[in-house]
Every structure is written in C-alpha cells, then in structure tokens.
Write a protein that binds this ligand. Structure first.
Ligand code: B12
Length: 244
C-alpha cells in the first residue's frame, strides 16, 4: 500500500522543511525559498519562517505538498534486528554461554576526537537510562577514549584477548570515516585476526548495511543505547558458541 506524508489529513502529502540558503535576507527572500521548493517538485508551498541569520544567509521553515508516495513493503535492506534484553538477562546469557566475562575494547579511532558517543555506550553511568557496558558484571569493558590509532586498538585487543572491538566514528567529512574504518579492517586482515573479534562500529551516520559493506559485523546509528549493543554482543557470542 502506498503511503504519503501526513500533515493535516491522511495522505495530504504535507512535509515540513527547515533549511538555510546562502543568500542575504531581502524582500524577495521568501520567494527564493518558495521557488527552490517548487524546483524540487513540491507544490502548495507556504513559507512559515524566513529569517536572516547573518548578512549572507537566510533560514527557512516551510510547508509544501508532494504527490509522491512509497510502498513500505518494497523497502528492503540489511537491518540489524536486535532482540533487546534487560541488563540481568544479558549478564545471565553471557555467564551461561561463555562461562567467563565477555571482554570488550572500544575507542574512537584515528583523528576522531569525539568521545561522547563511545562513552554513552561504554561508561558506567550509561545513557538514556541504561547502564553502560562497564557496569555489567559479566563484561570486562575498556574504553580507550578518542584519537586512538588502529594499531594501538588492535594491540590492546590482542593483549586483553578481547571478544569484541567497538569503534566509534563521528566525523564523516571527506569520507574520513571510510578511510579509518577500512584501515582497521585491513590491519586485522593483515594480522590474520579478523575472525577472532566481533567487530562493531557506531556513529550518527553509521548504519548496519554500511558497516557490513566495510567488513564489520554490525553497525549502530544515532540514538543507539547500551542495552541494544549489550544485547547484540551477548546474542552474537552465544550464536558463535553454537556454531563452534
Ligand atoms: C560535542 C561535539 C564536539 C566536541 C567533542 C568533545 C568530546 N569530548 O567528544 C569537540 C568540540 C571537540 C568537537 C570537535 C570537532 N567537531 Co564536533 N561535534 C560535537 C557535537 C556538538 C555533539 C556530538 C555528541 O557528543 N553527540 C552526542 C552523542 C551521544 O551522540 P553520538 O556521537 O551520535 O553517539 C550516539 C550514536 O551515534 C552511537 N554511537 C556513537 N559511537 C558509537 C560507537 C559504538 C561502538 C556504538 C555501538 C554506537 C556508537 O551511540 C551514541 C549514543 O546513542 C556534534 C553535533 C551534534 N549535535 O551531534 C558536532 C559534530 C559531530 N562535529 C563536527 C565537526 C566537523 C567537528 C570538528 C572537525 C570541527 C573542527 N573543524 O574542528 C572537530 C573534530 C575534531 C576531531 N579531530 O575529531 C561535525 C561533524 C560533521 C561531519 N559530517 O563530519 C558535527 C556533526 C557538527 C556539525 N554539524 O558540523 N565536536
């Protein structure tokens, strides 16, 4: 069944936009925004907000209609479907299936200085009402912080005999994340240790399909929670134990 955006009435196709154009505010600024949206194929354009935010930039909030729809059943992809468990069930699963602590090493690699994402997943105090991985009694989790060279991350993972490596990549300018993530994969492969680790990457512009394409086992995007990541790790370790 085809669906269209919902604004006021079902299938009316109304979308809210917010965008900035590099033009100074003037009396014709609203029309510049309106005609831009019409060029994109939208109609019934209403400019709600049109404000100069700088001598040479104007910010818009607008509403417009589209006749285009989409059939959700035709959307296919490589999605990560994690059965989210609670903290106690995750610890119990690790204890039962692994019989020891699950060893995790995480870092934001190479030039990336953003720590908040990896902290959210790993730090004891956690994020979004979830404890981070450091809090789990059945996990031995080390958060190495940011700007960690791939070589150092791999050395630490090998020294600690890690089960999983967690990588954070926040900056994507000029595809730097692709270069960094590929470097880690190439290093693991060159050392012949890729298959030893569950390899996970996360960040605001990461998704599972992209992570898989680069050779990772899973990718977590914006608003990921420690419970989702911990559930995935425990289930993946249990799955690998079944296969062994
Ligand atoms: C705080 C911040 C900084 C701080 C970082 C401080 C710190 N200690 O981390 C400072 C000021 C240092 C900084 C610097 C820069 N920043 Co900055 N920064 C931000 C900001 C405002 C917030 C990021 C954040 O903390 N988000 C909160 C966390 C919780 O969200 P998150 O990172 O998405 O993490 C979640 C998920 O993505 C996921 N996740 C993340 N990592 C991982 C890892 C794993 C294993 C898993 C499972 C999940 C996971 O789970 C987390 C929880 O849900 C963003 C803008 C924004 N609003 O997002 C810009 C932003 C990320 N920065 C940006 C840029 C460009 C920079 C600089 C390059 C600026 C400059 N020219 O100097 C430098 C980069 C320096 C470097 N070498 O990396 C851009 C990136 C644009 C892009 N597409 O690449 C952004 C988007 C701002 C912008 N719109 O321009 N930044």
């Amino acid at each position: 069944m085809i669906v269209r955006p919902y604004g006021d009435t079902r299938d009316d196709g109304v979308i809210q936009f917010s965008f900035t154009l590099p033009v100074g505010y003037s009396v014709k600024a609203p029309d510049i925004g309106k005609q831009f949206l019409e060029k994109l194929g939208f109609h019934s354009v209403a400019i709600g907000e049109c404000t100069g935010i700088d001598p040479s930039f104007t910010f818009y909030v607008a509403y417009a209609r589209t006749d285009v729809g989409i059939d959700p059943d035709e959307v296919k992809g490589d999605y990560l479907e994690v059965e989210v468990m609670d903290y106690y069930a995750i610890n119990a699963l690790i204890e039962k299936r692994l019989g020891r602590k699950l060893v995790v090493v995480g870092a934001a690699i190479e030039s990336d200085a953003h720590t908040v994402g990896i902290d959210a997943i790993m730090n004891m105090k956690g994020f979004a009402g979830n404890y981070g991985l450091e809090r789990y009694p059945q996990m031995d989790a080390l958060n190495m912080g940011s700007q960690i060279p791939c070589e150092q991350l791999l050395r630490t993972a090998l020294e600690r005999n890690a089960d999983a490596i967690l990588v954070s990549q926040i900056v994507t300018q000029k595809n730097i994340h692709v270069q960094n993530l590929t470097k880690l994969i190439e290093l693991l492969e060159a050392e012949g240790v890729r298959e030893r680790f569950v390899l996970v990457v996360g960040g605001p512009r990461i998704n599972n399909a992209f992570a898989k394409e680069l050779g990772y086992d899973a990718g977590f995007g914006p608003r990921s929670t420690p419970l989702e990541v911990a559930s995935f790790l425990a289930q993946e370790i249990a799955r690998r134990a079944d296969e062994a």
